[in-house]
Design a binder for this molecule. Sequence first.
Ligand code: NAD
Ligand code: UGA
Length: 462
Amino acid sequence: MKINTICCLGAGYVGGPTMALIAAKCPHLKVIVADLNERRIAAWNSDTLPVYEPDLDKVVAEARGRNLHFTTDIRGAIVEAEMVFVSVGTPTKSYGIGAGRAADLCYIESAARTIAEVSQGHKIIVEKSTIPVKTASAIKTILEANSSPSATFEVLSNPEFLAEGTAIEDLEDPDRILIGGENTPGGHLAVEALASIYANWVPRERIITTNLWSSELSKIVANAFLSQRISSINSISALCEATGADVKEVARAIGMDQRIGPRFLRASVGFGGSCFQKDLLNLVYLCESFHLPEVAEYWSQVVKINDWQKSRFVGRIVRTLFNTVTNKRIAVLGFAFKKDTNDTRETAAINVCRDLLRERARIAVYDPQVTADGIRQELLAAGVEPALLDSHLEICPDAYAASEGAHALAVLTEWDEFAALDFPRIHTLMVKPAFVFDGRAILPHDELQVLGFECFTIGKGL
Ligand code: NAD
Ligand code: UGA
């Protein structure tokens, strides 16, 4: 099947970068990215992209206007494309059955209904969003029940494994591309059509094909295993702090065992991001739905340890600052859920700042990429009263402004620039004793101690 035009519904952190890279690697393909959100599309068409990712601007600049187009004309995009990617959000459901655990599939369903409404002829529908196992079957039912008789569909699962902050690198050189399809002649043709797009830059042996359900489930399981490693090392960070061991040394020692491997063993103030917790909760819900309570309980522990790690960090700050932070200024360095992104969804910084504000601390936040409005909105959504934000939250233009008059400095995101700050200057600016709480274990602790800082490091202690 010859594909000339593809479109993607959803111009978010996945849809935008993924389609931009496909357009850059496949100049012969027309790539249309469509979204309901007019502001987002306007930003994709401007010099200030809505997503911050290293090198994303270069990839967009190469293809935009040539074979990459951003639009709000969703119907027009679907009509023109032979292959439609669905990359809309699948957040945790906040209401009704499964609230707080199940994935909210309302955006997926609405995308499927729009596709059905306007389609003629044959189209391949590609699930790019992370969805519960068996969603392809629901999509197919909606498509077939609502489309014109001339329309036919093949539904594929093609989950995305990119991580934010390294999206372009991950898309250019993926560990694998996973494509799930039906075991029918039409399914095989559709899988091959999609595989041949990736084959423009990904070696064939890294493009793996499976059945639909294995593909859908593999995505959630990959995120579950990755987040489990972080909760595992974070649980050990508490034991290290209690015993005098150093979690970095433990991670290094165990990571050299090839069966364990060195990656994803960085203890932190807790994992964040839009997906780990959402996908874990969804896995727990799936297991419960399939009457597997022991499996559900096993995976729910990964979320519990993560929540505990975030509140443990706040407890440590309050205890160390002589059991009161009331009206003490605390410089918070980093609000994004990891470095090299402006994304704040589920960032550990939300919990830490919220809980410190509830203790009536005065918070001075600096993040190189997150906007003041973004920080305020996250804290409002987390239930912090607007009056408390007005009186106790300050957003600062740099780490030095945040440190001025601060009793403590807390590192919540591992931005590279934080390890290279002028610490003698910061020490001078701060109230003494000057406390540092390094929630990412990235600062030069020996230098800090010589300068007179009181230093707490996650997984190492005071
Ligand atoms: P996002 O919220 O950044 O973007 C989703 C976009 O979809 C929004 O801009 C929204 O306006 C748009 N949208 C909603 N309904 C629409 C419709 N009917 N038609 C057109 N547009 C519509 O979300 P994201 O971070 O890009 O994630 C998308 C999916 O990819 C999720 O399922 C997520 O789990 C998965 N995923 C995300 C990442 C990541 O790093 N963020 C990585 C892998 C997978
Ligand atoms: C994660 C996965 O890594 C991607 O493969 C997946 O596609 C994506 O989720 C998704 O489905 O959304 P992402 O959340 O963007 O990617 O970023 P990660 O690098 O995985 O980091 C997630 C969180 O874990 C961050 O808060 C990070 O700081 C934290 N982390 C990561 C640690 O605390 N320690 C580590 O060793 C690694």
